[in-house]
Design a protein around this ligand. Sequence first.
Ligand SMILES: Cc1cc2nc3c(=O)[nH]c(=O)nc-3n(C[C@H](O)[C@H](O)[C@H](O)COP(=O)(O)OP(=O)(O)OC[C@H]3O[C@@H](n4cnc5c(N)ncnc54)[C@H](O)[C@@H]3O)c2cc1C
Length: 347
Amino acid sequence: MKVDYIVVGLGLAGLAFVEELMAAKKTFLVFEDDSQTSSLVAGGVYNPVILKRFTPVWNAKEQLKVALPFYKKIEEKLQITIDQKFVIKKAFKSIEDQNTWFEACDKPKLMAYLDPTLDRQKYEGVIADFKFGNVHETGRIDTKKLVEAYRKYLEEQQAIRFENFEHQHLHIGNENVTYKEVNASKIVFCEGYGLKENPFFNYLPLNEAKGELLTIHAPALNIDFLLKSTLFLLPLGDDLYKVGATFNWTDKTSIPSKEGKEELVEKLKKVINVPYTIVSQSAGIRPTVAGRRPLVGVHPIHDQLVVLNGLGTRGVMIGPTVAKNLYNHLEKGEELDKEIDISRFSK
Ligand SMILES: Cc1cc2nc3c(=O)[nH]c(=O)nc-3n(C[C@H](O)[C@H](O)[C@H](O)COP(=O)(O)OP(=O)(O)OC[C@H]3O[C@@H](n4cnc5c(N)ncnc54)[C@H](O)[C@@H]3O)c2cc1C
């Protein structure tokens, strides 16, 4: 079997790269072994503002410009709805917090997103001692629905194999690679935290940031916006809400934990004061990088080996842009953004 590309991993990174391949009518085969869950459990929120510091997300405007049409195109192609637009309401913790908001509203890179008129309304069940600030041009991609539908779509075209990719069986030729009976011009590794098992790229400084989320049923709550308080509360419809997320830098498993649940339940006490039941708990490892820039590019020795990783906490926004830049770099000689290029790390 001969293809242009082998792609290892079908999370947000793999999916974004495969979209580029399909648009260019390249042939490919994907391997996916369900070892990582980040893209399946993600909140899926896109938000151009870092609300903790009131700073813009790196290249937010440019990323949204690529990402929103990207997901729209997939919605049309797969006949699914995955993009849910909503306002994010930041619950202020103090008067100083509110004042910082006003300062941020004047920053040129933030003024398009932050509303200078504060929301003074009370919302049933929501604990808030101060006002809310509205963030616009935000929403959520249902990443689970997206990834599952996309995998099914590839399965129908026999373009995906649900099996573990075993790196030791990869044979690197002069101008191509062979994996078992599959010959390809290039192989792109989109393995998320699975990169740690990849002997070709595990020298890259990828960190794990385990995140856990709860889905709760809270019929007395009636909000149609994303509430950003001590944690986020995201409306899913039918009185269901996603609550998250934790950050754990030591646990390297994707298994939901008792500690994670307790932390979220404890924090939730400060956010809502209505009864709820926990419907489910999920966990995954965010593939993060110190400096918050992805890990993208070509292996320093073998040109045929390529990596697309390090999407961190914002895979929804960042994935489509970096996948496009990588594809254009490989196929059209476009320069790779220096900030994401793995050549910034030596092997
Ligand atoms: C709790 C939580 C909440 C989050 N919330 C948000 C959010 O609100 N907004 C946002 O933008 N981002 C969010 N993220 C981050 C986002 O999920 C990640 O940026 C993104 O999913 C990373 O995608 P990826 O494809 O690089 O990695 P992954 O999703 O981990 O995909 C890698 C894929 O490769 C497969 N794989 C690995 N090794 C192999 C192998 N050897 N053989 C075959 N297959 C293999 C894995 O099974 C996996 O499917 C969140 C993450 C978590 C954990």
